[in-house]
Design a protein around this ligand. Structure first.
Ligand code: ADP
Length: 389
């Protein structure tokens, strides 16, 4: 089946047309800088495009994608549309898009203010431009809905969970689900006899404990700010720091929001960049704060993996994925060094040789298994869509 996968972000719409038969993308690209200085960049079977264009809202972005796909002779080929949705609230699995689903996504805007309205618009506009195609919503949070209350509850008054649904939701679920499924396949194991920890490390990062194919705990929480140190996000910090900054520097809610979401993490620690490539390069050249940022990132990740380990009876494999997980030799090395208590002994050659294009084990034979698996969220969204239509 040929599926159009749409990922409506806060200021961009990414797309891919996936052929589920051979699991390849026939066309892919994005419209970015919506509302500012619109730009479409895409490749298709006929020709690529790289142009500035007027896209005041997500509606024009979807139209631009539809027009591009028309020029690529793909309009009559596409059989269904799958949407990536950041926050699924109550949904525990992918859902066919109905007005009720769209209304619910809008109703939880406060859970992910930049994303949920964009997702709802994306679905409505796609309905307009592709009226005959069935649509499916695939939620980043759904895979984590199997967490037990002891993992998803925060230690705050229970009424806040009951009345306002404040709890740990977890994110990157599509990626954790995809790579854990791939790990089970590559390790030639049965899901019911497999225990994994998955670490999705990109601009945003999270790790999850997967027991018998189901998520039992994860590091992101009520929002994607919780857990690991990320590109510009702080990860979990003592909330009293926010009260302290309010009292000493007069920072209000918006200022604090910006501080922990946009100015922290690798960027804040290093004072240099949120990009792991820049950080590792600078660290190797002796930049002190880049070295600290790299160390904190890897130590915090190892510490969280250690915490997730206690949710499982054993760990069959630790999986690295995402831009950093798939590409950074030094991050994997430092994380596994920090985790030697769990029995990891890295094989330096395998660690260098495996990566984006080649999944595989990177630890020495006989030691605990760590491996790299390239994530493919678009493919999983396409496959879920195929199953549901
Ligand atoms: P997103 O979360 O936006 O999908 P990605 O999964 O693409 O992000 O990951 C982006 C991160 O991956 C950036 O920090 C980038 O520096 C890092 N990255 C990409 N390639 C490499 C590389 N070769 N070495 C180290 N880090 C890399």
């Amino acid at each position: 089946m040929k599926i159009l996968v749409l990922n409506c972000g806060s200021s961009s719409v990414k797309f891919a047309v996936i052929d589920t038969k051979n699991k390849m993308a026939i066309s892919s690209g994005l419209v970015e800088n919506i509302g500012v200085n619109g730009h479409i960049k895409a490749k298709g079977p006929i020709n690529p495009i790289d142009e500035f264009l007027d896209v005041p809202t997500h509606a024009e972005a979807i139209l631009a994608i539809q027009q591009y796909l028309k020029k690529q002779d793909l309009i009559n080929v596409i059989e269904a549309i799958g949407h990536r949705v950041v926050h699924g609230g109550k949904y525990v699995k992918s859902e066919p898009v109905t007005q009720e689903v769209i209304d619910y996504i809008r109703s939880i805007t406060l859970f992910a203010p930049l994303h949920e309205p964009a997702h709802a618009i994306g679905m409505e506009e796609a309905k307009k431009y592709f009226p005959s195609l069935p649509q499916v919503a695939v939620f980043d949070t759904a895979f984590h809905q199997t967490m037990p209350p002891k993992a998803f509850l925060y230690g705050i008054p229970y009424e806040i969970y009951q009345d306002l649904k404040v709890r740990r939701y977890g994110f990157h679920g599509t990626s954790h689900r995809y790579v854990s499924g791939e790990a089970i396949r590559l390790l030639n194991k049965k899901p019911e006899d497999t225990y994994l920890i998955t670490a999705h490390l990109g601009n945003g990062s999270s790790a999850a404990a997967i027991s018998q194919g189901q998520c039992v705990d994860t590091t992101m929480g009520f929002t994607p700010l919780d857990g690991l140190v990320m590109g510009t996000r702080s990860g979990s910090i003592d909330p009293a720091i926010l009260f302290f900054l309010n009292k000493t520097l007069g920072y209000d809610i918006d200022r604090l929001d910006k501080l922990v979401n946009k100015e922290s993490g690798l960027l804040g620690l290093s004072g240099l960049s949120n990009d792991m490539r820049t950080i590792t390069q600078a660290a190797s050249e002796g930049h002190e704060r880049a070295k600290i940022a790299l160390e904190v990132f890897c130590y915090k990740l190892a510490r969280e993996i250690g915490g997730l380990a206690m949710a499982l009876p054993r760990i069959d494999a630790l999986i690295f994925t995402g831009g950093i997980g798939e590409n950074s030799v030094i991050v994997r090395e430092l994380v596994l060094k920090n985790l030697s208590i769990l029995g990891y002994d890295i094989d330096p050659e395998k660690n260098v040789n495996h990566g984006k294009k080649s999944s595989g084990i990177i630890t020495k034979d006989g030691s605990a298994k760590a491996m790299i698996i390239a994530t493919n969220e678009e493919l999983l969204i396409a496959m879920d869509t195929e199953v549901m239509v």
